[in-house]
Design a binder for this molecule. Structure first.
Ligand code: HAS
Length: 552
C-alpha cells in the first residue's frame, strides 16, 4: 500500500480511542502542571505568598513531574501508536492495542499515585528526585508503574512492527514506524538506568531496609536516563518535522536515508553522555567527563542534519513554485496553516535553544551556567517550546483525523493566536531566565533577597519579567485547552493524517539501517566505554552512604 492510499483511509475507531485517551490525559497533566507553574512563577518574583499548607517546592515538583514527565510521555506514546497504526497495516493488531491499553492503565495509575503523594507533600523532591531528599516509598512505586507502563506500550509497538516485517519480507519499513521504533528503543535502553536506581537504591532506602544511599551512583544512574530522556521528547517532534511537515507544505521529504541516519545517530550518541549534567560534580574523573562531552558534541550532529534537511525541503518546495533568490522560498510556506505554523515556530526557536545546549555542554561555560536559571531558560526553549509547540501542531490535525472531523479556517486562526501568545510568553520568561542566569541567579530556589545583597537586588527586574511571561504562558495553556475542546466540536469531515512522500531525487536507505542487532551492539559498546570505569570507581569509593532528608 503506498503512502497516499494510507492517508486517505479513515482511522480505525478502536485505535482512535487509544490515541485520544493518551492525548487527553496529556493535556490534563499540562493544565494542572500549568497552574503549578503560574503560581510558582508569581512566588519566585515575590508577587504573591502561598497560603499555608502549599509549599513552593511542592508546586515546583508538581510542575516538573506533570509537564516534563507526564504530559510528554502520554502525548508521545499516543502519537507514536497513531503513526504505527497508520503506516503499518492501517490498524493496530489486537495484541499491540491491548499492550497499549495495559501501558496506559499502568502509567495512569502511577501518575495518579505520584500526584497524590506530591499533593500530600510527601514527595517534594522535584522532577529529578535527587537523593538524599527522600520521598515516600509510594512515590517511587508510582514511578515504577509509569515506567513499566511505557515498556508495555513499547512492547506493543515492537510487536506491531515485527508482525509487519514478517508480512512484508524485504520491504523497507515506512519512515514513521521506523522512527517510532528507534524512539521507543532509545527510551527502553535509557529507562533501564533509572529502573536500577529506583528499584535497587531508592525503594529499599525509602522503606528503611538500608540506611544509606550512594549519592554519586544514584545521580549517575539518573543522568544515564535523564539525557536520553530529552531526546525521547525531541524525536517525536522530529518525526513531525521530517515526515509530516513536507506533506503539509505540499513538498517532499528531502532524503529518507538522511532522516533514518539522523535517528540512528540519536540512538547511538544520546545515551553515553549523562555526565554533561554532572560536569561540576566531584567524584568523576575529568577524563570520563571529557569523553562524554565529546560524545555530547557528536549528538549535536543529527540535529544539524535535521536543520539541513528541513531547509532543503522548504527550499526545494519554494523553488518548485517559482521562488527566486536565497530566501525567496520563505514566502511560499503556508503561514496560515496551523499544522505548519506551530511546529515552524518550534523549529525557529530550536536554533537559540540548541545554541544554549552547546553553551551548557562546554566545560568552562558550564561552570558559569550550571545550577543557574540559564539552564531553566534552556529547557523552557527546548522541551517547553520547540517540542511542545510541535506537539500542539500535531494535535490540530491528529484529533480531527481520529474523530472524523475537518479543520476550519477559524480553528487555524485560533491555533495561530495560541501559538503567538505562547511564543510571546516564552520569549519574556525564558529570555529573562537566560539573562539573569548569566548574572548568577540560582535555579530551583524560592524567592530570597539574600539579606539585601546588591547582586540579588539586580535580579529582581528579571524575576518580574519571568512572572509576567509565566502568566502569559498560562493564558496560552488555557487557550490550548480551549482549542483542544474546539477540535472535538469541528464539523464532521475528513482531515488527512499527513505522511510525506520522499523526493524522487533521494537515494534508497541501505538495508544496514534495519539491522537492529548491529546498532544495539554499538549502543551497548558505547555505553560500556563511557560508564564502566567511572561506575566501578564510584562503587570502589563509596561515600559511606547518606541517610534520607526531608527538607520541606
Ligand atoms: Fe539540554 C540541560 C546540553 C538539547 C532539555 N537540557 C537540560 C535540561 C533539560 C534539557 C530539561 O551539556 C535540564 C536538566 C535538569 O533539570 O538539570 N541540550 C544540550 C545539548 C543539546 C541539548 C548539547 N536539551 C536539549 C533538548 C532538550 C533539552 C532537545 C529537550 C527537548 N542540556 C545540555 C547540557 C545540560 C542541559 C550540558 C546541563 C546543564 C547543567 O549544567 O545543568 C543539543 O542536542 C542541541 C542541538 C540543537 C541544535 C539546533 C538545531 C536546529 C534545528 C532547527 C532548524 C530550524 C529551521 C527553521 C529549519 C544544534 C534542527 C528555521 C527557519 C528560518 C527561516 C530561519
Amino acid at each position: 500500500m503506498n503512502t497516499v492510499q494510507q492517508s486517505e483511509q479513515a482511522f480505525d475507531k478502536k485505535d482512535s480511542k487509544l490515541v485520544i485517551s493518551h492525548i487527553i490525559f496529556a493535556f490534563v497533566a499540562l493544565l494542572i502542571g500549568g497552574i503549578a507553574g503560574l503560581l510558582q512563577g508569581l512566588v519566585r518574583s515575590d508577587m504573591i505568598q502561598l497560603p499555608a499548607g502549599i509549599g513552593y517546592y511542592q508546586l515546583l515538583t508538581a510542575h516538573g513531574v506533570l509537564m516534563a514527565l507526564i504530559f510528554t510521555t502520554f502525548f508521545i506514546i499516543g502519537f507514536l501508536f497513531s503513526g504505527m497504526s497508520k503506516t503499518l497495516g492501517g490498524k493496530l493488531l489486537p495484541r499491540a492495542r491491548t499492550l497499549g491499553w495495559l501501558g496506559f492503565i499502568h502509567m495512569g495509575f502511577g501518575t495518579l499515585v505520584a500526584t497524590v503523594m506530591i499533593l500530600l507533600n510527601k514527595a517534594t523532591v522535584l522532577y529529578t528526585f535527587y537523593a538524599p531528599m527522600q520521598a515516600s516509598p509510594f512515590f517511587y512505586f508510582a514511578l515504577v508503574f509509569v515506567v513499566v507502563g511505557t515498556w508495555m506500550s513499547a512492547a506493543g509497538m515492537i510487536y506491531q512492527y515485527r508482525y509487519w516485517k514478517k508480512e512484508h519480507k524485504g520491504e523497507t519499513t515506512p519512515l514513521t514506524a521506523y522512527m517510532s521504533i528507534i524512539t521507543m528503543s532509545l527510551w527502553v535502553i535509557a529507562t533501564l538506568g533509572v529502573a536500577v536506581e529506583v528499584i535497587f537504591q531508592l525503594i529499599p532506602w525509602s522503606l528503611g531496609w538500608v540506611e544509606g544511599i550512594n549519592i554519586m551512583l544514584s545521580r549517575t544512574l539518573f543522568w544515564y536516563f535523564g539525557h536520553p530522556l530529552v531526546y525521547f521528547w525531541l524525536l517525536p517532534a522530529y518525526i513531525c518535522w521530517y515526515v509530516m511537515i513536507p506533506k503539509i507544505i505540499g513538498g517532499k521529504i528531502f532524503s529518507d536515508a538522511l532522516a533514518r541516519l539522523s535517528f540512528i545517530l540519536f540512538l547511538l550518541f544520546s545515551i553515553p553522555v549523562g555526565f554533561h549534567h554532572q560536569l561540576m560534580e566531584p567524584g568523576i574523573s575529568p577524563f570520563w567527563k571529557f569523553l562524554q562531552v565529546v560524545l555530547t558534541f557528536l549528538v549535536v550532529i543529527p540535529s544539524l542534519m535535521t536543520a539541513f534537511s528541513l531547509f532543503a525541503s522548504f527550499e526545494i518546495y519554494g523553488r518548485s513554485k517559482g521562488a527566486k533568490g536565497l530566501f525567496g522560498w520563505f514566502k511560499y510556506l503556508p503561514w496560515k496553516d496551523i499544522r505548519f505554523f506551530a511546529p515552524f515556530m518550534g523549529m525557529l526557536i530550536f536554533i537559540p535553544a540548541g545554541a544554549g545546549g552547546l553553551i551548557n555542554a562546554s566545560n568552562q561555560m558550564n561552570a558559569v551556567v550550571h545550577n543557574t536559571l540559564f539552564v531553566t531558560g534552556h529547557f523552557h526553549l527546548t522541551v517547553a517550546t520547540s517540542v511542545t509547540l510541535t506537539f500542539f501542531g500535531i494535535t490540530y490535525w491528529l484529533i480531527p483525523a481520529m474523530t472524523g472531523r475537518k479543520l476550519t479556517p477559524k480553528m487555524h486562526k485560533l491555533g495561530r493566536m495560541q501559538t503567538w501568545v505562547w511564543v510571546a510568553g516564552m520569549a519574556m520568561m525564558s529570555g529573562a531566565m537566560h539573562i539573569v542566569g548569566l548574572f548568577g541567579s540560582p535555579r530551583r530556589t524560592a524567592y530570597s533577597d539574600y539579606n539585601g545583597h546588591p547582586d540579588a537586588a539586580a535580579w529582581e527586574p528579571y524575576y518580574i519579567i519571568m512572572a509576567v511571561g509565566g502568566t502569559v504562558l498560562f493564558i496560552a495553556v488555557l487557550m490550548m485547552i480551549y482549542n483542544l475542546y474546539k477540535l472535538f466540536t469541528l464539523p464532521k469531515g475528513y482531515e488527512e493524517y499527513p505522511i510525506g512522500e520522499v523526493s524522487d531525487l533521494a537515494e534508497k536507505p541501505p538495508k544496514l539501517f534495519e539491522r537492529w542487532g548491529f546498532w544495539v551492539s554499538i549502543v551497548v559498546i558505547l555505553i560500556l566505554m563511557a560508564y564502566t570505569i567511572p561506575v566501578i570507581d564510584i562503587l570502589n569509593n563509596p561515600s559511606g552512604g547518606s541517610k534520607g532528608f526531608v527538607t520541606w
